[in-house]
Design a protein around this ligand. Structure first.
Ligand SMILES: [Zn+2]
Ligand SMILES: [Zn+2]
Length: 455
């Protein structure tokens, strides 16, 4: 099954009908373009939480089964990575040997990817083209413009993919943030101009928060909420967040400076993000990090710790602090733990467990749902932002991705409410035909997940 000159196809192998492991394909004129190559965790994160084996169970990392495109790899002209989150880039080093196509990414994303390729001895073997942000690049028969959006990581890129049959806007992960705290604010003018040059055939995009009303919270609002919360604390402040949320870590770095605390990050994945941010110029020059080895010796009121494990993972930094088994630090009664993240469905019990471990030792905890100030901002668009997008763009059709079925249905309803008549809600392995006749052929392409080996 190959697209001909009169075909323009979209085929998701991962990330449509689920949140995680994004792997998308566009096909035209006997050529395929891959957009993203991510991983996911088999959920829930700690399903065996109540069992005795919970502390030692290893959680499998999975990615989309690439069989369909591997069988056609000679016609795969390139792999574009939209941003540095694991659900978009996490499987690149695992799958590249089977794909062998050139990779395209902006500098920060390329730096995160370089480390992954180096770990597998692929650095220098896999050709990586570093694309300046907001620039154009032709890959095979696809003319691509990289558009910087706002999200929770540097250089989140939407892709305008032009073919002789029409133009598609692949949003990837985005929100409208006029004050993102990291990089440029959302460029309304640029987004509006997408459909000025030619009719926009389709928007393929992020459905994560389509069921949520209103607008997403800006990172700067979250920064103010965190600063006010941290300012009044007497003891150590420990903030749990996702390592990939580098915008949040930079907000916390600024807050550390403003509140007279030293910043320390705990967790290998956080070290990786911080050092990539440093190398690519996103880390504020004047923020020094304290070596975790020294943090136990500092006066408590001078410590701001950022730790991995906000989903209750028992072996991550926060889990170890909760169980009082962290080799570098024991928390005291004056200390506070702030959860600056959402609860991923399925992880409630695991999080509850570490919260009660902290509370049993009289360490205070602060969570998003019960705190009176904003301490977390999602990186994805709520309803009003999607409405805005479709008012600006008015594409012929909308294909919701990056969500479970209910998120994608909500996304499609929003598009319809803005006068877009064609919406296609499908899932991994469906063939979305954009041209010649817009239609969806369900389940005609092999899709599944494979477990990746990790040491
Ligand atoms: Zn993302
Ligand atoms: Zn994502």
């Amino acid at each position: 099954m190959q697209p001909g000159r009169k075909d323009l196809w979209f085929v998701p192998l991962g990330g449509t009908g689920e949140i995680g492991m994004n792997l998308n394909l566009y096909g035209h004129d006997d050529q395929w373009l891959m957009v993203d190559c991510g991983v996911s965790f088999d959920e829930p994160l700690v399903p065996e939480y109540q069992s005795e084996t919970a502390q030692t169970s290893h959680h499998p990392i999975v990615c989309a089964d690439p069989k369909f495109i591997v069988e056609r790899k000679d016609t795969l002209v390139g792999i574009c990575i939209t941003h540095a989150h694991e659900d978009h880039v996490g499987a690149i080093a695992d799958l590249w040997p089977r794909l062998q196509a050139p990779i395209y990414a902006t500098p920060f994303t390329a730096e995160i990817m370089r480390r992954k390729l180096a770990e597998r001895g692929l650095e220098g073997k896999a050709p990586v083209h570093i694309i300046p942000t907001d620039s154009d690049h032709t890959v095979g028969c696809f003319d691509i413009s990289w558009i910087t959006m706002t999200h929770s990581v540097p250089e989140p890129s939407g892709l305008i993919i032009r073919t002789p049959l029409g133009t598609v806007f692949h949003t990837a992960d985005w929100k409208i943030d006029m004050s993102p705290g990291l990089g440029k604010s959302f460029n309304i003018k640029k987004i509006k101009s997408i459909n000025e040059e030619s009719e926009l055939l389709a928007v393929v995009g992020d459905s994560t928060n389509a069921t949520k009303p209103g607008q997403s919270c800006s990172e700067s609002t979250c920064y103010h909420g965190l600063r006010e919360t941290i300012r009044h604390q007497q003891g150590r402040v420990i903030v749990g967040c996702f390592a990939s949320n580098i915008a949040r870590i930079i907000s916390l770095a600024k807050i550390a400076q403003e509140t007279g605390r030293y910043l320390c990050v705990l967790g290998r994945s956080m070290d990786t993000m911080v050092s990539a941010a440093r190398l690519t110029g996103y880390w504020p020059d004047d923020v020094e990090l304290v070596n975790p080895q020294h943090v136990g010796y500092l006066p408590a009121h001078e410590v701001l710790l950022v730790a991995t494990g906000s989903q209750g993972e028992p072996r991550a930094a926060l889990g170890r602090l909760a169980a009082d088994s962290h080799r570098l630090l024991t928390l005291d009664e004056q200390d506070v733990v702030i959860f600056s993240s959402i609860i991923i469905p399925g992880n409630e019990k695991a999080i509850e467990k570490i919260v009660s471990q902290f509370n049993a030792r009289k360490v205070k905890t602060i969570q998003v749902e019960t705190h009176n100030l904003p301490i977390h901002a999602s990186g994805h668009p709520n309803r009003d932002e999607l409405v805005q997008l479709y008012q600006w763009l008015q594409p012929e059709m909308v294909i919701p991705t990056h969500g479970e079925h209910r998120h994608m249905e909500a996304h499609a309803d929003i598009a319809k409410s803005q006068g877009i008549r064609k919406t296609f809600v499908g899932k991994n392995g469906d063939l979305f035909r954009l041209r010649p006749q817009p239609s969806i052929k369900r389940g005609v392409i092999h899709a599944g997940r494979i477990v990746l080996s990790r040491d």
